[in-house]
Ligand binder design. Sequence first.
Ligand code: HEM
Length: 551
Amino acid sequence: MFLYFVFGPLLLLAVHRSYYLITNYIAARKYGLPIIILPASSEEPWWMPLRPLFSWVESLPLGLGSWYLYTDMGWSTVDENRTALRLGENFVLCSPASNAIVTCYPPGLDRVIKGHKNWPQPGAQNRLFAFYGENIASTNGADWQRHRKITTSAFNERSMHQVWEESIKRARSLNFAGESVRTLGRIRSTFDVLAMHVLAIVGFGQEGTLKSIPPGHRQSLMDSLGFILKHILLTVVFHSLKAPDFLLPGVLRQLKLSVAEFKLYMEEIVLTHMRKAAKGRSESRSTSLLEAMVTANEAEKQQGQKLTGASSYLSESELYGNLFVFNLAGFETTASTMTFALSFLATYPEVQGWLIEEVDSYYSSSKDHEYSSIYPKLVRCLALMHETLRLASPAPLLVRTPTTPEEIPIITPTGEKTLTVNPGTLVGIHTYAAHLSPRWGSDSQQFNPKRFVSSISGEESLTVPEGGVFLPWLFGPRVCPGKKFSQVEFVAIIAQILSEYRIEPTMRDGESKDRARERMVGVVGDKFFNISAHLKRPEDGEVRFVRRDTK
Ligand code: HEM
């Protein structure tokens, strides 16, 4: 009887899942593409906490557990382009939940990305981070256009100027002289804090007010935002927790406080700026992204409604939702990119020398480090960012699904074909396979930022291949709105660090410099995905910051 109760439901579940797997498999066969069969998929929320319990299947003989890798959301960060090299530029992940056509075929990517209106993000995934309000990342169609118009107007040259200055200031205060030896884990936490500071200051305004605790609050704005960003998955699950504090473990008590405090700060600051905007202060005087956003919103409220009668502006909760999502989207991506870039620099001293040449010519030699005159000259620094993102993208697989049957071009061994993709079938944009494709040449796996620089009569400029071969920020209408923000921030930080320090891997006892670098190559190549790209063994890599004026 006991066995009946235990195994009966399990058997029913197995039959139910097998039915859907077979149905999806039959549908997938029609595509004529290689198929990888998965018993569970990363889209299924119940699978993610259970997944670690099944890690042993990977050591099964005859590749019986090879499916396990593909059941992680960030599998392509680990796999890079290995599956694409084995199966081709398109293949299908078939699970009981869905079929996902994974592709890195550039014309296919172009079709999906540029035709974003017909290829929205699947609903459940993009609404995960909408707990403060709907936002640019959680919406599609006309709603998304409304969010995009108001929010991106805040990302003007004035704010880039501020990103530049704040990033230099922050990079100067990193104390590499006092703490000259750092593991790559420590480097990551250094950049976590730095990225968060730059975002909060450019996003909200004055630094002093961010760190203090004003009357009516129990935590500073910086601390509440910092806690949420560092515990984002926990926040997704527990953001609406209502239980009394004494019933909660410490971390959830803290989380409940931070979620409430951050909301209160947003309400207060938005209200203040709305009052200012109502008094007619112009956008050109805005001192933060938030202020610029509120000003643009107030202007839209008056203008847009007059013209169309329909709501073309953002509600208060939508303003909160956007503020939060900009902080979230800009935090991990930046910290991840900076960590990988610094690791690459330590590993490849000749590339570092090439960058220092540029930094000395334009940045170190300038007294005021003026954004508008210096930033455009730091082409090699920007090339370093592009190469880092090519090899270690924080956004490994972007998923879309069509609203009505849509066609995409795919490539097979017999040539190009057109597939009709039905609603419910996913298309996975395989960034890593695009970035490491042999289309980049025989050195596609090598770290070489020079590939992004071309020179005409001694004048260097950045050359970035267009379309579906390189898409770290995506492209087309839904391109990352923080693209320039992240570029300006990255270049400022790299230029500031290299103007003062060289970075080299530390050597273990008896290890030669070359051996230490080889070890770093292994450490930097071993990564996984958790919101962004992370090193798997950050404590195995260690770097030293050597003051350039002491050598
Ligand atoms: C190295 C840095 C960055 C990378 C590689 C990156 C990459 C991306 C990618 C690939 C997308 C598209 C995601 C999708 O459509 O599924 C995206 C969207 C977005 N990014 Fe970034 N990003 C970076 C930095 C930033 C920064 C600094 C901010 C804000 C200050 C930001 C804000 C956003 C927002 C709000 C979206 C959603 C846009 C929309 O759906 O229309 N990102 N980013």
